[in-house]
Ligand binder design. Structure first.
Ligand SMILES: Nc1ncnc2c1ncn2[C@@H]1O[C@H](COP(=O)(O)OP(=O)(O)OP(=O)(O)O)[C@@H](O)[C@H]1O
Length: 689
């Protein structure tokens, strides 16, 4: 027995639901890209104080402490250099304009220029070092955040991820970048802006307290304008986000169904539909552009008016001899520094990071409803009965709609049970409960007398082999797909499982088990046999087969069924099939008919088929009519004769150990029979007309 690995069952379930046809993922909020307003972005708030996510974002920078400290040191050097420029320029202007002014330390103008050149070079190098260190730290934070978010998403119960799978993807791609960018920019440019703005204000205040106060008086009206602008933008952005979502949905739907679009010549229709959505986005973008034009135009205008006021009032101070021309020049330069520093602060994406951070932390901090690792490990060698006891179940997304009601089923060790019932009767939901994608609303499921909730989900799922309706194959080779969840499986074990699952076609491929899946166009039957091999490799104690032969022709169906027979021959593997086809159902020892979420009938194949008024007979008649012939074709012979005959044929074949030639002969006979019946029916139809 191979050691159990982290359960692949849940991952396959995710993979099935994360296809292009899936719901379009939420586009990044336009608002979240807007300075200072990202915190208001729809869908980003979870009611927690913003400081909570700010603290967590800052905590993310913990492992980067050394790099960041070095970067802050370099930042101080480069900021000091930058801040010295207005002061030096002021002094130089005074030196040129006033005869009594001197360059400090008695330097000549050339020497002073040389010193300044050196200082600027040091500042430039320090700035480059700071930017590099900050950016790299930010990227490492993003990488860690992505890994942790992905791991946390995989741990969640399927319902949560399926409900918001688009969100999960956008968290991994867009949100983590925004957080990383925010950390980087805030730490790098933001910190620089803080230093520059405060130091700039300090320097201004030192040069002229009057003028500094004048500048400060203009800040509140501009802030008020920003608040109104923000509110308007928030509303607009919500609508833009919805419109972008609609647009993405239309595109995703059309691309995922490209074959259908082409076969119905619907490309122009889809183009129109998409263009319509694009136009809506564009219209909203136009309004946003007008608003941002007004906002940035007016703030720029206010900034210039501030400069003008400083110049006017400062000029009068110069003319009255309170300050020198050099002082006024320094002051104006500092005010530009402060202005751009403040602008950088609003542009520094701390609020955007907080918005995106909240979405990420929602996943990172979330405790899954079915938490991995909680419970006692189930020994891989333990065998036992599976018992559903008065189970009631509803999907969390559809509260009040009970799919199973008082469902009770007992399956002994090594027994096989086929669950049949109308489409939508809840057959697959029984598997979902068995695999613990969900827990029952009421009632319990036991394995060997113990509630399956007592076991760790991983060890419990490792005991189950799953063959889903539509098996998922991952990028990689045939071998890696069979060994999915068991990367250490030996080649012998993989080949043995493939052999047992009748995957003989693999040996015929030039690269055999090393053939990359991407280069193959596997048939439905081949995919299902690979899925059976994957299930067999783990030597499951329970096998959950879901409609394994639903989409196959007679020959493929027989091969898949032969593979199933190999499993059924094991006296220890308990089998729970969801089945429609007679040939599959007939293999089970017990048949359970599901109706209205309850077991309505149960018995062996011949018990149910011989009962005149049985629901099972009715179902089988429907199946025969639908599956074997055209939908409107009447069932050609009495159902009872048909099914009994088929069962007998198969049993005979099994007991005699059919050769390949015999199988082919039988398939040929089957085909001829169906063709004959079809021809007779068509002839009758012709006569009737
Ligand atoms: N993830 C889900 N969330 C909400 N409802 C669901 C979900 N999966 C299935 N259902 C609903 O539960 C009911 C039972 O579905 P289930 O797939 O178990 O039926 P089934 O008998 O296997 O059907 P079929 O034979 O067509 O595969 C259906 O009404 C279906 O719409």
């Amino acid at each position: 027995m191979l050691a159990p690995r982290p359960s692949y069952v849940a991952i396959i379930r995710f993979a099935t639901h994360c296809r292009p046809s899936a719901r379009p993922h939420a586009p990044p909020s336009v608002l979240s890209r807007i300075p200072l307003l990202g915190r208001f972005a729809p869908g980003t708030g979870n009611g927690k104080p913003p400081s909570a996510s700010l603290r967590k974002i800052v905590a993310l920078a913990g492992p980067e402490k050394r790099s960041l400290l070095l970067a802050v040191g370099l930042l101080l050097i480069s900021s000091t250099v930058s801040l010295s420029i207005p002061f030096t320029v002021g002094k130089l202007i005074d030196f040129f304009t006033a005869t009594d002014s001197v360059i400090p330390y008695g330097l000549s103008i050339y020497q002073a220029s040389g010193v300044l050149f050196l200082v600027f070079t040091i500042g430039g190098v320090a700035n480059a070092g700071r930017a590099f260190l900050m950016r790299m730290s930010g990227q490492r934070i993003v990488a860690r955040l992505r890994q942790r978010t992905f791991a946390a998403t995989l741990r969640q119960e399927v319902e949560y991820v399926e409900r918001s799978e688009g969100d999960a993807l956008s968290r991994l791609s867009v949100d983590s970048s925004i957080v990383g960018e925010s950390v980087t920019q805030n730490l790098s440019d933001g910190l620089r802006s803080v230093v520059m703005s405060f130091a700039g204000f300090g320097a201004m205040f030192y040069v002229s307290p009057h003028l500094t106060l004048l500048m400060l008086a203009l800040v509140p009206p501009i802030s008020l304008g920003a608040v109104f602008y923000g509110r308007y933008l928030k509303k607009l952005s919500t609508r833009t986000q919805e419109a972008v979502g609609e647009m993405t949905k239309v595109a995703q739907e059309a691309l995922a169904a490209l074959r259908t679009v082409q076969v119905y010549n619907a490309a122009p229709y889809e183009e129109n539909k998409f263009s319509d959505r694009v136009r809506k986005v564009l219209e909203l973008a136009r309004r946003e552009a007008i608003a941002s034009g007004i906002f940035f135009g007016s703030t720029g205008w206010s900034g210039n008016v501030t400069l003008l006021a400083l110049l006017g009032y400062g000029g009068s101070l110069v003319s009255r001899g309170y300050i020198s021309v050099g002082d006024l020049t320094s002051l104006l330069m500092y005010s530009v520094y402060v202005g751009s520093g403040l602008q950088m602060l609003t542009c520094s994406s701390i609020m955007r990071g907080m918005g995106a951070g909240e979405r990420i932390f929602e996943v990172l901090d979330r405790r899954p409803v079915i938490p991995p690792g909680v419970g006692i490990p189930l020994s891989p060698t333990r065998v036992g009965r599976v018992r559903f006891e008065n189970v009631a179940f509803e999907y969390p997304s559809r509260p009040g709609a009970e799919i199973l009601t008082d469902f009770t089923l007992d399956v002994g060790v090594g027994q096989s049970v086929a669950i049949v019932g109308k489409s939508g009767s809840g057959k697959s939901s029984i598997h979902a409960l068995l695999l613990r994608y969900y827990d029952p609303l009421r009632g319990r499921i036991f394995f060997d007398g113990q509630d399956i909730r007592d076991f760790t989900p991983e060890s419990w799922r490792a005991a189950i082999g799953v063959v889903p309706q539509d098996p998922v194959l991952f990028t990689g080779t045939i071998a890696s797909n069979i060994a999915y969840g068991y990367p250490d499986a030996s080649r012998e074990a993989i080949e043995a499982a493939a052999k047992e699952a009748n995957c003989e076609f693999v040996w015929g491929l030039p690269q055999g088990f090393d053939t990359p899946i991407g280069r193959l166009s596997l048939s439905g039957g081949q995919r299902q046999r690979l899925a059976i091999a994957r299930a067999l490799l783990r030597k499951p104690k329970i096998l959950a087969l879901d409609e394994a032969t639903s989409a196959l022709d007679a020959a493929s169906e027989r091969r898949v069924n032969d593979a199933i027979d190999n499993i059924l021959s094991s006296s220890e593997t308990t089998c729970l099939f969801v089945a429609h086809r007679l040939s599959t159902i007939a293999r089970a020892e017990w048949i359970v008919v599901l109706e209205d979420g309850r077991v309505s009938e149960m018995g062996t194949y011949s018990q149910l088929v011989h009962r005149r008024d049985s629901r099972f007979r009715e179902l089988m008649a429907e199946q025969l009519a639908a599956a074997e012939l055209q939908p409107s074709v009447p069932v050609p012979v009495d159902v009872e004769e048909e099914v009994v005959e088929q069962k007998e044929e198969e049993t005979e074949g099994e007991s005699e150990g059919e050769s390949d030639a015999a199988v082919q002969e039988k398939e040929e006979r089957d085909r001829e029979k169906v063709e004959k019946e079809r021809a007779e029916w068509l002839a009758k139809q012709g006569k009737a007309r």
